[in-house]
Design a protein around this ligand. Structure first.
Ligand code: AMP
Length: 147
């Protein structure tokens, strides 16, 4: 029986990235320390596309403790630098999908670092919305209240 416990921060039996952490399934690791792991995405946007994960199972950025995400952001920069030197792309995207609605397929927090090349055929375009008169101020205030 599976022991999939949401947001426990502990080892998740059914989580594919937890299995990578435990060495139960193979991965092409580029970096590992006590708390984090970085490995190549098996279905890369471009070659060298790397995923950075915490070893503990957190589902989204809202679940990881502040201290850990701080450490993780340093690591993301470090790996971006290594990737830039190794692959020499024209640019790179760093992104993190949070929850299914945002395109998260693997519910274990991960940041993508994807090398980009001029005219590589990929786009990050969306149809731009518009605010009605006065709406932007309302939303600005709504968000600010929680900060
Ligand atoms: P996301 O849509 O943000 O959840 O992205 C999940 C990513 O994990 C996808 O880009 C997959 O190609 C990648 N992925 C899934 N399984 C593996 C695996 N076993 N090893 C490496 N990458 C994987």
């Amino acid at each position: 029986m599976s022991i999939y416990l949401k947001k426990s921060g502990e080892y998740m039996e059914t989580c594919i990235f937890c299995k990578i952490v435990k060495g139960e399934i193979p991965s092409s690791k580029v970096y590992e320390d006590a708390n984090f792991l970085a490995f190549l995405d098996i279905r890369p946007l471009n070659k060298g596309h790397t995923l950075v994960i915490p070893k503990k199972h957190y589902e989204t950025v809202l679940d990881i403790p502040d201290e850990d995400i701080k450490e993780m952001s340093h690591l993301i920069k470090k790996i971006s630098q290594a990737l830039s030197l190794a692959i020499a792309p024209d640019g790179f995207n760093i992104f993190c999908n949070n929850n299914q609605a945002a395109g998260q397929e693997v519910p274990h927090l991960h940041f993508h670092i994807a090398p980009r090349f001029m005219n590589d055929g990929h786009t990050f375009k969306w149809s731009h919305g518009r605010y009605k008169e006065g709406e932007i101020e309302l939303i600005q205030e709504k968000i600010s209240k929680f900060l």
